[in-house]
Design a protein around this ligand. Structure first.
Ligand code: CP
Length: 311
């Protein structure tokens, strides 16, 4: 297989296992490229990509921009502060004005679930979802699964627990779809108020005791508590949350096996994990960030319709 089954990357739910495997094998090639002294290839020369960020981002924004530049694309960056969105312009008008300047692909982060799907139905450019509300964050899930594959050799059969604010997490939903498509077993763990009632309908186990979840898993993906999406109090205090759902070195050392620790970032050090866990040899958090560039290069390259092996 040399082409993706989709025109846009809106969510992991919409793509196949074969698409994910193609993205991974293409990312393997790009990982070699970005570790060479000359990190650039001409693959997307004459392709113009707009990065539209209607919500804050550090990792995803920089990672996409680096991926685009390593592929020699022309890049324009838009963020909502300082734009005419502040004057009342609609999403479609904003994007159509940008597309009138001959943009081929749009990478968009937006606070509303479904914003990328909406855009894909109204504009001709290829759309990549860089996170839409509490819905999906497909490139985060791809880089997470790619990092598990790199660390453990295979994703199939691995036991992965996603810990924390599952209810508000687009990373959790995309990871559940991605890991299951690749044959991993997925569990979620967190306070009952932050684990959605529909979770079992996704084929996911729920465990409310962190110790039991860690005893079960090979890999723990720790999530940030998303205060900005919480309209009510879901737990009494951050201190109590950390006591029940935070990881520290004593807890890790007391487990019978060495598990891998992951986090999509940004980390709240001292809340979801202590600093010594974040910086320990069991943590692959910075490998995730490094792999993000290669995985996003692969997604951009494949969606642009380039044939694998032809760069
Ligand atoms: N993981 C992630 O999406 O981080 P940013 O919000 O910094 O992009």
């Amino acid at each position: 297989m040399t082409k993706l089954s989709t025109q846009h990357l809106l969510g992991i739910k919409d793509i196949t296992k074969e698409d994910i495997e193609l993205i991974f094998s293409t990312a393997d090639n790009f990982k070699t490229v970005i570790n060479r002294p000359i990190k650039k290839v001409p693959s997307l020369r004459d392709t113009t990509i707009a990065n539209l960020f209607f919500e804050n981002s550090t990792r995803t924004k920089i990672s996409f921009e680096l991926a685009e530049k390593r592929l020699s694309a022309d890049v324009v960056n838009f963020s909502v502060s300082g734009s005419s969105v502040k004057k009342g312009e609609t999403l479609i008008d904003t994007v159509n004005n940008i597309l009138a300047m001959k943009v081929d692909m749009v990478v968009m982060r937006h606070p509303n679930a479904g914003a990328s799907l909406f855009l894909s139905r109204h504009v001709s450019a290829k759309i990549i979802n860089a996170g839409d509300g509490a819905h999906e964050h497909p490139t985060q899930a791809l880089l997470d699964a790619y990092s598990i594959r790199e660390k453990h050799g295979i994703v199939k059969g691995k036991k992965v627990v996603i810990v924390g604010d599952i209810l508000h997490s687009r990373v959790a939903l995309s990871n559940i779809f991605c890991l299951q498509k690749l044959g991993a077993e997925v569990m979620v763990c967190g306070p009952t108020t932050l684990v959605p009632k529909y979770i079992s309908s996704l084929g996911v186990k729920a465990e409310f005791n962190l110790r039991k979840a860690l005893d079960w898993c090979d890999i723990a993906i720790m999530l940030r508590i998303q205060m900005e999406r919480q309209d009510i109090k879901y737990f009494p205090s951050l201190r109590e949350y950390t006591m029940l759902y935070g990881i520290n070195t004593q807890l890790l050392a007391s487990l019978k096996k060495e598990i891998t620790i992951m986090h999509p970032g940004p980390i709240n050090r001292g809340i979801e994990m202590t600093s010594d866990v974040a910086d320990s040899k069991q943590s692959i958090i910075l490998n995730q960030v490094e792999n993000g560039v290669a995985v996003r290069m692969a997604v951009l390259y494949l969606l642009a319709g380039r044939i694998v092996g032809g760069k």
